[in-house]
Each structure stands twice: as C-alpha cells, then as structure tokens.
Design a protein around this ligand. Sequence first.
Ligand SMILES: [Zn+2]
Length: 597
Amino acid sequence: MKQLPKRSDVPEALTWDLTKIFKTDADFEAAFKAVQDQNAAIQSVQGTLGHSAAALVAGLTKILDLYQQLEKVYVYASLKNDQDTMNAKYQGYQAQVSSLATAVSANVAFLDPEILAIPEAKLNEFKQAPELALYQHFLDTITANRPHVLAPETEALIAAAGEILGSPSNTFSVLNNSDLKFPVVHDEAGNQVRLSNGVYGTLIESTDQKVRQEAFTALYQVYGQFKNTLAATLSGEVKGHNYIAKTHHYKDARAKAMSNNHIPESVYDTLVHEVNDHLDLLHRYVALRKKILKLDELHMYDLYTPLTGSAPLTYTFDQAKAEAKNALAILGPDYLSHVDEIFDNRYIDVMENQGKRSGAYSGGSYDTPPYELLNWQDNVNNLYTLVHETGHSVHSWYTRHNQPYVYGDYPIFVAEIASTTNENLLTEYLLKTQTDPIVRAYILNYYLDGFKGTVYRQTQFAEFEHYIHQADAKGQPLTAEFMSQYYQKLNGQYYGDSVINDDQIALEWSRIPHFYMNYYVYQYATGFAAASFLSHQITTQQPAALDKYLNYLKSGSSSYAIDTMKTAGVDMTQATYLKDAFKIFETRLDELTELLG
Ligand SMILES: [Zn+2]
C-alpha cells in the first residue's frame, strides 16, 4: 500500500492559499456570524416586494447580498473540509455552513412566489424604473413560466411534498452507495479486491479480458438480485416527474424539465436525431476495437480498455502546466494571462494527501479566486484534467469580472462547454505536435473513447429516459422486464453487430444515478459536441471565432443559455454543430484506423 502524506507534510507551494478568502479562521467565524444575522433580518423583506419598484429593488438587493456572503463562507468551509476530510474543525465548519445554507434557502423561498404574485401589468410598470434595469433578465427568468404556476396555496402544498417526492431518489442512493454488498473479484495481479462502483470503473479498463469479464459479471449479478427494487425506485422517480409536469399543465415531463432551464425541446430532439443518423460511425469504431484487440467475440466489457495499452506519455505537474499553456496559447494572450494567474498564485491544491477528497474540481464564489482541487498523478489523463478544470476556472474568472453578482454564475448547460473546449484544444495541440505513431494512436483513442462515452452513451441514456417517462404517462407499468427489454434493444442499435449484446447490459439502467436527475444527461452530449465545434472553429481561425468564444466566457447568466451559446457562434437548436462534431470524430477514426491497420 502506497502511504499518502499527511496534510501537514504537503509542501506549501503545492497547496491552495485560502487566506485570499479569509486571512484566518477567526475571520471566517466572524463572517459566518454576520451571515446568520443577515439571514435573520431577511424576513423583513417578505411581503414587501410587490409594494413598489423601489421596494422590489431594495428587497432583491438584500436577498442577493445574503446569497453572495453565504457563498463566500460556504466556499471557505467546503474547500477547507475537502483538503482533509478527517480534520474535525473543518468538518464542523462544513456542517455549519450546510445547515446555514438550508436555513437561508428556506427563509428566501418566498422570493419566486411573491414575484409571481405581482400582477403582470404591475410588474411591467415596475420594470420601467431605471433602478430595475439591471434585474430585467433576472425577473424574466422567474416569470417566464408564469402560465404554469398554480395558485400560491397549491404551490405551497406541492412544495411541502418535496421531500416525499425525493424519496425514490434517496432510496436508490442509500441502496447504491451503502446497502448493496459487492463480492470479491481479482485485479490484474491476481489480488483479491472488493468490488464497488469505483473499483469497477478501474477494472473494466483493464487490459486483461478475464479481469474485465469477472468484474462485469459480478457487478450485474448484484444489480440483478435487486432489479425489482431498482425498477420500483426508478418508476417512483419517473412518476414524480410526470406528476409535477401534469399538475403544472405541461405537455410532459421533458417539457417541464427543459422549460425550467429555458432550453427549447428541439435541442433534445435534434441531438437524438443526429446521433441516430451517425450510429454507423460508432459501429465502425466498435468493429475496429474488435479487430485491434484480436478478439473472436467482443463483449460489452471490452469497450473501455485502451486500444493501445498503457499510456505512452508522462508529465510531471510542472511539465503539465507548461504543456497546458502551449495548448491554450491559441486562446490568446488575455486568456493565457488568467491561466498564468491560476498557475502561479497557489490557486491549485495539487497533491494527494491523507483524507483529501478524491477526484478533481474547480470551485469558488463571486468574491474568491477560482480554486482547483486535483489529486495529481504524472500521466496524460491528469494533463487533461488540468486543462479541463482550468477551463472552468478561467470561465469563472471572466464571468465574475464582467458581470454583476446577479449574473455572476453560469448554468450547467453552458458550464461543461468551457472545460471541454479546452480538452479539445489540447487534443488538437497534441495531434499537431506528437509525431510518434504510438503516441498519436493513444491520443486519438483517448478522444474517440471520450466522444463515445459522452456523445453516444449519454444520448442513449437520454433516449431511454424519455422513453420510460412517456411509457409511464401512457399507463405502462415500469417493471424491470419492461425497462430491461427496451434498454437491451437500444444498446444493440447503438453499438451494432460487432459486439455481443450481453444479457447483463440490459440492467445497466438500474445503476445509473443520473436517471434520478430529471432530464440532465443530454447536456453532457450537447456540451461535448458544442465544444468540439467551437474548438474546431478556433483552431481553424474562423472569422471572429475567438472573440465570440471569449464573449461567451464573459456572459455568465446574463441571458438564457441557448442565447449565450448563439452569441458564442453555435446554434444548438440546429444540427450543424452536431454534424461538424461527427465529422471530427470520423476524421480521427480514419486516422486511427490507418495507424493501427
Ligand atoms: Zn467539468
């Protein structure tokens, strides 16, 4: 077992400097107390918003300031906690800010209903006041779905049932994260390892087919034992979505979910249509896999192992920073100056240490620098992670320095585009600079696997999700058999004839947490494709492509996500960006076929 360093033994230069948020813990504690007081005072705003334009401005200012201060203490506590989750003091801070956040959102829950209760004509009259100009779009996002808002007492009844409606998702999560017991399987060295969803993710990428097969079989045996329970939780979740949509007079659950984010449904339909139109490319890639891996039978558990074996490139953290800057130079000196700022000022917590939260993220708030948590390993995957998280960080920097607080964040639909564009720029850069065929093959495979897992797989999920919602709305019981049958058929369509459509995969729906997130998954696919399109526009130096891209990074939530992306140069209601992304996939598939052929 590799022994990780204690937090206190990590060199300071490789840790993030959180004194930029609060100089000392005492400053945090004072700020925390101030937010508590602010939260207590906010009740005086309730009932005043409809009085006049001036009262509305005053109320909104108070509420937004409360959120702004809350975010700052929240970020400090959660970053401190993530750097060493075994530290009791910061566990305490984290618990305190979580319950304060819950208290604030309960306290401010009157905001939307109270604004919606202002008659439309009166609110329009308010909006003429110059001091409300800043809040126009903010108010529009609240009132856009006015026709679907029920009487206040009805909305209150439904809101009070929120925890009950969340119960299927909670049950799934408890079962999936703690109650399910997985058996012991073997890793590549023949060691016994206890299976879990995390361990499965590693074993399924093993270069040893026996290891992959054993993990796959063992995992689905467990889910198979609970398939009826898991069908019941997913069915309950779907019924909840359909119920909320129906009671609010939406055509269906998807219309409701997408109108929450002001995304036209055509975005979803266009995605599904184009992906289905380009399944032949996925079939070709799967067939190439079978050939290169020299397998008589390619199974569903053979789809994640790298075609070229282990990674031929390594990077130290310093080398990775230099390479990231080379790859991102195409975004211009201004963008690069923010990358430098992030790299040179201890905004990144680099090393793994005992108790540190796993994975990687970019976090922060309007009043803090963008911080990045990494668990650095010297490989190409981590170089990709670094450019990905730096994409989020620079996006945050631009947004927070160009937008007032009210628009100083960005919605999920556009968030992953900034990070994935950077990954795509890195791919373009590596393909431009690496000449060794083995390295090129590795990079091409990395890209194609990313595309397969994001664009194809998430669209497959999206199709399944929509299908079961519609089936339920028509009165079809969502049994394990019904869902498995459809899932396996869909899986066969996606991956084609080169792969054995193993029976176990029919149960994949039973273990996907995102199916409890109400029409969320499609955004991974649209985001990846939009990023492919945008990075291609930038690297081929299309007129104004870079300026438009930087404007998108600066726009935060000052307009609807779909309009933000239009100004970035990609119309996500149309098929062009998807067709362009598939073209890139095809070109790279051609090159990989030639290299490995
Ligand atoms: Zn991300």
